[in-house]
Design a protein around this ligand. Structure first.
Ligand SMILES: O=C1NC[C@H](CO)[C@@H](O)[C@@H]1O
Length: 435
């Protein structure tokens, strides 16, 4: 018996190691696989999830647990969250920030991410973690340039000059000192040991992928060939760097697709050809992009849906061409009558979600490389605090970051019809996963 026992010991691989290795989300040709079977994302954007996980005053762990349980009950299996924010003078950025200054990271807020990841693991949910932001609402790349170029961080909510903002922010990619600090942050997070679970992030299958940034763009709509080349190189180099630190996880860019690629399809394809980018991402924003007038839906709905349907499908075709999965990791629509009031209806939003889900589930069922969705964004129990709907430090955090009215795109826990659509779609995608 002793001999048999020792022979068994020879071959025994600790269950957790074997399970963990096999349990990472992997790319299997043009789909995701997890635990040996196909895996689809039925996800939520939850940018503030790590903030709720903090033990400090900005945190609200009781609310976080409730939000995760409500999302889980709705069939949501993945959340997309912000890992770090940078302290900035720009008024429409979230406060407090994770990074007070280069190299100075708030351990309390970073522990919020630990708590979130630990709680997601308990619910068999995964997380996409983005490591920077092209937009000002978390400081982001603009704040890096304030640190290292000395340029004033101009909040586009104040200047209203988004073209100028985008052209300047894209200088982040070519600023060596900013890239140095950005890589310090990447290393700090990717090599972090979770203070709740004791697990290294790099060894934790709860993490689905590392994402370079939220909506990185090459510049503005008139980005030059040179700016585009710098952007393509930045994506490849940064993704390669993350893979050098972490052999287990996927890496994605956080791109919006054409809208985030100066409407240049060649650029979008070229930027994601690198072997270091494991899957594609895209975002769909009919209101932000001026395709729909929320105050005149009757006259603009058809045109907006034509453009949306094309946008939804053409990116799945790009993914087919590249032989990689693609996730629609952001889409949203405001409340009826362009209201921010939680009491306003969501008829138009629900119609839009229905159109989006129809394209996703139809093409997924055909075996096309659409690997799931994350709607923007989970508002849950959060409630707007001010009559003008703008966020102030100390107010509830919700799906709408501080640069937007609180209630613009958030799906609240009382939005039963929208949550029902999400639950139904999650179930349809779950049905496509097979051994
Ligand atoms: O990443 C983003 N995409 C669109 C959201 C809604 O406008 C916005 O809040 C966020 O910056």
């Amino acid at each position: 018996i002793k001999l048999v026992a020792s022979l068994m010991m020879l071959h025994a691989v600790p269950m957790d190691a074997a399970a963990a290795t096999n349990n990472f989300v992997k790319v299997d040709k043009t789909h995701f696989a997890k635990g040996g079977q196909r895996y689809y994302i039925a996800g939520a954007n939850f940018w503030y999830g790590a903030y709720l996980g903090a033990a400090s005053n900005v945190g609200n762990r009781a609310r976080l647990l409730k939000e995760l349980d409500t999302m889980k009950a709705a069939g949501i299996n993945n959340v997309r969250v912000l890992a770090v924010s940078e302290k900035t003078d720009m008024p429409s950025a979230v406060r407090p920030a994770t990074t007070a200054a280069p190299g100075r990271y708030d351990e309390n807020l970073l522990a919020g991410l630990d708590f979130l990841v630990a709680e997601l693991a308990k619910r068999d949910m995964t997380v996409v973690i983005y490591l920077n932001n092209f937009w000002q609402w978390s400081g982001g790349m603009t704040q890096y340039l304030n640190w290292f170029e000395g340029t004033k961080a101009l909040d586009p909510n104040i200047t209203k000059d988004y073209d100028d903002y985008m052209a300047k922010t894209a200088r982040f990619y070519r600023n060596d000192k900013a890239q140095q600090e950005y890589r310090n942050v990447i290393r700090t997070i990717v090599e972090r040991v979770n203070t709740v679970t004791g697990k290294r992030y790099a060894d934790d299958p709860t993490v689905m992928s590392w994402q370079l940034a939220n909506e990185p763009r090459p510049g503005n709509g008139k980005a030059t060939a040179e700016e585009k080349a710098v952007y393509v190189k930045w994506i490849a180099d940064t993704a390669a760097y993350i893979h050098s630190l972490d052999k287990n996880h996927l890496v994605s860019s956080g791109s919006e697709g054409l809208a985030g690629s100066a409407q240049d399809a060649d650029l979008f394809v070229k930027a994601h050809q690198t072997k270091h980018i494991d899957y594609l991402t895209y975002h769909l924003w009919p209101k932000n992009w001026g395709w729909i007038d929320s105050k005149n839906v009757a006259a603009t709905w058809e045109g907006a849906m034509e453009k949306s349907s094309h946008y939804l499908n053409v990116h799945i075709d790009y993914a087919k061409k590249l032989g990689k999965p693609i996730v629609l990791e952001e889409f949203g629509m405001d409340r009826d009558g362009a209201s921010f009031d939680i009491k306003a209806g969501t008829t138009v939003r629900d119609r839009f979600y229905g159109e989006v889900f129809n394209v996703i589930t139809t093409r997924a069922a055909k075996g096309d490389p659409i690997a799931g969705f994350n709607f923007w964004a989970w508002g849950g129990a959060g409630r707007a605090a001010n009559p003008d709907y703008w966020w102030k430090e100390g107010n509830d955090l919700m799906g709408d970051p501080p640069q937007e009215e609180q209630g613009l795109y958030s799906v609240f826990d009382t939005d039963a019809s929208t949550i029902a659509l999400i639950r139904e779609t999650a179930a349809r995608l779950k049905g496509l996963e097979r051994k």
